[in-house]
Design a protein around this ligand. Structure first.
Ligand code: OMP
Length: 223
């Protein structure tokens, strides 16, 4: 793990963003851990996630984009702090780059429109989201970008849960990469969380995570 990844997991655990227990996911799966990015609300941990997003973007060899899109609601502050961090790290490349987000409800007065911030029209758009499990949230973002005339350029996530799709061995990330032909990066993965948990949690909790992995972890194959 790189320093920024280890630091982000540690801070996420301390801030109860990363928790271990019994959780029901959006997909209906019963999970022994949950990552709640709604708790990125203290300055230190929000700064840490912004730094990790920005570093992941800068280190990615094949991400070319003109604007960042943060899906409402949780993606909005994440996109805002990341664009600030990118501008700090590389002012020439990112100083004038914009970000945008969608409204949950359509507005038909004032400036109108479904998105706020920079225009997506004709631009290569990088989606910045928190967690991908079954891919539902990401597909919703893709539909918004299409409707606004943007071109999807890639996705950066905080956590790749590395879960397999129902009835398949491969992951949702592998499927989305194939369907849209764009790169997808994540700051941390389930593997990183397991590595962290092994030094921290009691044996019975590790066992629950291992059982979950045996049941739901995807094979590292592309489609
Ligand atoms: O329900 C989840 O799968 C989930 C797991 C987790 O650890 N953290 C988490 O936030 N989620 C939620 O699930 C969404 C992603 O799941 P999909 O839309 O199924 O890919 C996230 O945007 C969250 O709403």
């Amino acid at each position: 793990m790189k320093d920024h990844q280890a630091r982000l997991i540690q801070l996420s655990y301390e801030n109860k963003i990363l928790t271990f227990g019994d959780f029901i996911l959006k997909s209906g799966r019963k999970s022994p851990y949950f990552f709640n990015s709604g708790f990125f609300c203290a300055g230190d941990v929000l700064g840490a996630v912004a730094d990790s997003y920005a570093q992941t973007i800068i280190d990615a060899p094949d991400l070319e984009f003109d604007i960042i899109f943060g899906p409402a609601y949780k993606g909005i502050p994440l996109a805002a702090v990341t664009i600030v961090k990118l501008a700090e790290k590389d002012p020439t490349k990112y100083g004038k780059m914009e970000y945008a987000y969608n409204r949950k409800e359509k507005k038909d007065h004032g400036e109108g429109g479904n998105t706020v911030g920079g225009s997506l029209k004709g631009k290569r758009v990088l989606i910045l989201d928190d967690v991908m499990t079954a891919g539902t949230a990401i597909r919703e973002s893709m539909a918004i970008i299409n409707a606004e005339g943007g071109i999807l350029a890639g996705v950066v996530l905080i956590l790749d849960r590395q879960e397999r799709m129902v009835d398949y061995e491969h992951s949702m990330i592998a499927q989305v990469k194939k369907d849209y032909g764009v790169p997808i990066y994540s700051i941390i993965t389930l593997d990183n969380i397991v590595q962290f948990a092994k030094g921290k949690l009691p044996e019975q909790d590790i066992k629950k995570i291992e059982d979950y992995i045996a049941k739901y972890k995807a094979s590292p194959i592309s489609v």
